[in-house]
Design a protein around this ligand. Structure first.
Ligand code: HEM
Ligand SMILES: N[C@@H](CC(=O)c1ccccc1NC=O)C(=O)O
Length: 279
């Protein structure tokens, strides 16, 4: 058998894609795999770039899932929302473990790359900001960074004014016959979530009688899973940053580690954590 024939018969695999779509065509690999453009001569810059690019892709998927979650909660269709929330929490776990790869980069290795980054920073990630917003950590001041991109600015402006996933969960509590204060239902969507007594009382009722409120109970625990994973991500970020750049000022202009440490105090779904003390 000649070599060409042998190749063509390789386990019956299709070998000629001149007239049909291939793996690379479908996945747009030409675009993805030509998007790594190191600026420094340093070997480790490829790790730095790919770490961020893969993170952005996973964030893209989380946003895709979370947008659908919001619609499903709004339309009282919880089973698909549970499935998607579980997926988002697992993606977040994956990003938590991804820090292990980046942490193989030592301070001198990063110092060789850092000057080439100029004033660019993860702080300017529009997808990350959209993720914070959809989870309810709203902050209008963060839009300023995106002035140079009208498209990203508009997207974040829209998300700033939209109800968060948690706002939709609170509305669902109200539709389920639990008393939610009108002031909470009419809260300014551009402000971060603030703990509310009526929401706390409603979730407490759910947790005190799960059998009667099983779907809300399951929703609450899925949200707690997600916030827990996000907290781990924030912690791994600040710890990895401290390990690599110590207490240097960030390229994005913040104080660096002390800024990231403050972000550890963010609570996305306040009542879901506060209620545990009362149980
Ligand atoms: C050597 C690795 C890294 C270092 C030294 C680092 C450092 C920093 C610092 C100092 C900040 C504060 C903003 C500033 O002044 O620049 C920041 C923010 C940020 N970084 Fe990183 N980072 C690293 C890796 C990553 C990775 C892998 C991601 C994943 C996407 C990431 C995402 C972000 C995000 C989203 C923010 C904004 C956080 C917020 O505003 O709450 N960073 N980073
Ligand atoms: N803020 C980082 C720079 C940095 O990490 C960064 C720069 C460009 C693209 C992504 C980055 N990652 C996360 O902040 C620093 O101060 O070294």
């Amino acid at each position: 058998m000649d070599e060409t024939k042998k190749d063509a018969d390789w386990h019956g695999a299709q070998m000629d894609f001149s007239r049909s779509m291939s793996y690379g065509d479908y996945l747009g690999l030409d675009k993805i795999l030509s998007a790594q453009a190191p600026l420094s001569p340093n070997h480790n810059e490829m790790l730095f770039i790919i770490q961020h690019q893969t993170s952005e892709l996973w964030i893209k998927l989380m946003l895709h899932e979370l947008q659908a979650v919001r619609t499903h909660i709004r339309t009282d269709d919880l089973p698909p929302a549970f499935k998607m929330l579980a997926r988002v929490a697992r993606i977040m776990d994956q990003l938590v473990h991804a820090w292990d790869v980046l942490a193989t980069m030592t301070p001198p290795e990063y110092s060789a790359i850092r000057p080439y980054l100029a004033s660019s920073s993860g702080f300017q990630s529009f997808q990350y900001r959209e993720l914070e917003f959809i989870l309810g950590n709203k902050n209008a001041a963060m839009l300023a960074v995106h002035q140079t991109s009208p498209e990203h600015h508009a997207l974040l402006e829209r998300e700033l004014h939209a109800p968060s996933i948690y706002d939709e969960a609170v509305r669902l509590l109200g539709r389920s016959g639990l008393a939610i204060a009108p002031a909470r239902l009419d809260a300014d969507p551009t402000r971060p979530t603030v703990q509310d007594d009526s929401v706390m009382a409603a979730w407490l009722e759910v947790y005190r009688d799960p059998e009667h409120h099983w779907a809300l109970y399951e929703l609450a625990e899925k949200l707690v899973d997600l916030e827990t994973a996000f907290r781990f991500w924030r912690f791994r970020h600040v710890s990895t940053v401290e390990r690599i750049i110590g207490f240097k000022t960030g390229t994005g202009g913040t104080a660096g580690v002390s800024y990231l440490r403050k972000m550890l105090d963010v609570v996305l779904f306040p009542e879901l954590f506060a209620l545990r003390t009362a149980l």
